[in-house]
Design a protein around this ligand. Structure first.
Ligand code: AFP
Length: 321
């Protein structure tokens, strides 16, 4: 197991050395995400101040255009990922169509990302995050985004919370790195993260219960209440999943009459989080199928999501599976 305190760059390089056939391309790709994340983190830390100076579409006192943080995060990621030359194509929640950067014509990977998830929480100083999912280039077309989640080469999220943390899997377990602002490095703080077998928390927007399309979901939640569970719901997927990873329990965003396929996106929300949770020993399902087995048909498709500790997800499947 890697040593506590080792920085993310070194960790990535040491992981690469375990595979003599590795070209170094994935390492450069991950380091590009890391650089972008540090810059986004520094902007997130200024969020309240930027609001004082001006809002999106306005000019601040220095005469600079002030951008909305989610647009800015998207641009920062596009620039860093394109310049890395390691991505043949980029798909983002903020882009209708994928981008094919000229620097990446010969690259091995495609990446899908949500640049700033939970952005409605920015103004109220609640944790938000960036989520990404990397697949191998296979056909060299946009169809490469439509690969099952189990084929992900790497996935992760960066949570901008009480500290900034980078949680990463390359299919070899899950490791968490905390940004030390004094030195500007992500340092290994949570090696080999494992989700508890069982938790005490369920996390779901229960205000939608009357609209849920599966009435058995209500019965499941009532059972958890009877068993003494408590509820936590931030409304920022990265934060709710991060807590679930550390404390166990269940996070869900089900289908309802308004969102008939749920709200969360398969490619850059559900699948990368499912990869992390499963790598940490948990489970993720849409209620019928393991999230990692779903073959996407559209880059922006939505899916119901339930993920968390094995105990809670197995119990859920007894009700709705
Ligand atoms: P925003 O980016 O618009 O804040 O949406 C965040 C999100 O997609 C995800 O992070 C949350 O889990 C989910 O929405 C919360 O949705 P509800 O407000 O409908 O519960």
């Amino acid at each position: 197991m890697a040593k506590i305190g080792i920085d993310l760059n070194r960790f990535i390089l040491e992981e690469e050395r375990k595979y003599p056939e590795a070209t170094g391309s994935l390492s450069i790709a991950l380091m590009a995400i890391e650089s972008a994340a540090k810059i986004i983190a520094s902007h997130v830390r200024m969020a309240g101040l930027a609001d004082i100076l001006g809002q999106a579409g306005k000019v601040n006192v220095q005469g600079e255009e002030v951008q909305k943080l989610d647009e800015l995060s998207n641009e920062i990621l596009i620039r860093h990922l394109s310049d890395s030359g390691q991505f043949y194509a980029l798909a983002s929640e903020e882009l209708d169509e994928p981008i094919f950067p000229p620097q990446g014509v010969d690259a091995n990977y495609v990446i899908a990302f949500d640049p700033l998830d939970g952005s409605s929480n920015i103004d109220v100083n609640v944790s938000i995050g960036t989520i990404f999912s990397i697949h191998r280039r296979v056909t060299g077309t946009a169809d490469d985004f439509l690969q099952e989640g189990y084929k992900q080469v790497a996935a992760g999220y960066i949570i901008y919370g009480s500290s900034t943390m980078f949680v990463l899997t390359t299919g070899n377990g899950v490791n968490g790195f905390t940004l030390d602002p004094a030195v500007g490095m992500f340092l290994l703080s949570h090696p080999d993260m494992k989700i508890p077998e069982k938790g005490k928390i369920y996390s779901i927007n229960e205000a939608n219960a009357k609209k849920w399309t599966d009435p058995n979901l209500v019965k499941y939640i009532e059972t958890l209440k009877d068993e003494g569970y408590t509820t936590r719901y931030i409304g920022s997927m990265v934060a709710d999943v991060h807590r679930t990873l550390i404390k166990g329990g269940m996070f869900g965003y089900p289908a309802d009459r308004k969102n008939t396929s749920g709200k969360l996106r398969l490619l850059y929300e559900a699948a990368p989080m499912a990869f992390i949770i499963e790598q940490a020993g948990g489970k993720a399902t849409d209620g019928k199928t393991d999230i990692l087995q779903i073959k996407p048909t559209d880059i922006h498709q939505r899916t119901p999501v339930f993920l968390g500790s094995k105990k809670e997800i197995n119990q859920l499947l007894e009700f709705i599976g």
